[in-house]
Design a protein around this ligand. Structure first.
Ligand code: ADP
Ligand code: MG
Length: 159
């Protein structure tokens, strides 16, 4: 299942993320792809809010690679930008982090592609103007996907 959405503002992206967050289950991994400034961290804030974690706690880490947030559903926020690659990731226990009990969000997921679970949810951002973002969301196995699709209808081109 693939959904292509159009965000025209940071608020749109936040709302899309919150809708996806509501569809997630403990154990889900969300892999985020896209260049610097695409909106990955903002998206994590929206997912966090859906899970009961205040958005201001989810920040763009400068040197921190992993932040764990306690909540009704624990949220692990990972930014692998500073990792050289899979060997580095293995060294900090990435496989264990990705198979935890909570929801796991990974920014710059392309860097650790080989380690991602096959059923992970992939969110790809591309820039199409100053505030415009195309957001493609692929989820091979997410029961809440249809509800998410319904909730994000106003962001679907032609929807
Ligand atoms: P990343 O984590 O991908 O580097 P951030 O989420 O930290 O990106 O930053 C995205 C920046 O782009 C923010 O400053 C945000 O206000 C801005 N922005 C402008 N339009 C959008 C949009 N439609 N969606 C997401 N962010 C947007
Ligand atoms: Mg970021």
């Amino acid at each position: 299942m693939i959904l292509r959405l159009r965000s025209a503002s940071p608020e749109d992206t936040f709302e899309i993320a919150r809708a996806l967050g509501a569809a997630l289950r403990p154990g889900d991994v969300v892999a985020l792809y896209g260049d610097l400034g695409a909106g990955k961290t903002l998206f994590c804030k929206g997912v966090g809010e859906a899970l009961g974690i205040p958005p201001d706690r989810i920040v763009s880490p400068t040197f921190t690679i992993v932040t764990e947030h306690a909540g009704p559903v624990p949220l692990t926020h990972i930014d692998v930008y500073r990792l050289a690659g899979v060997r580095d990731a293995d060294g900090i226990g990435m496989r264990e982090l990705l198979s935890g009990d909570g929801v796991c969000l990974v920014e710059w997921a392309e860097k650790i592609e080989e380690l991602l679970p096959t059923d992970c949810i992939r969110v790809k951002f591309s820039f199409s103007g100053d505030d415009l973002r195309e957001i493609e969301i692929a989820a091979p196995d997410l029961p809440g996907f249809y509800e998410f699709r319904a909730r994000s209808i106003r962001f679907q081109p032609g929807g």
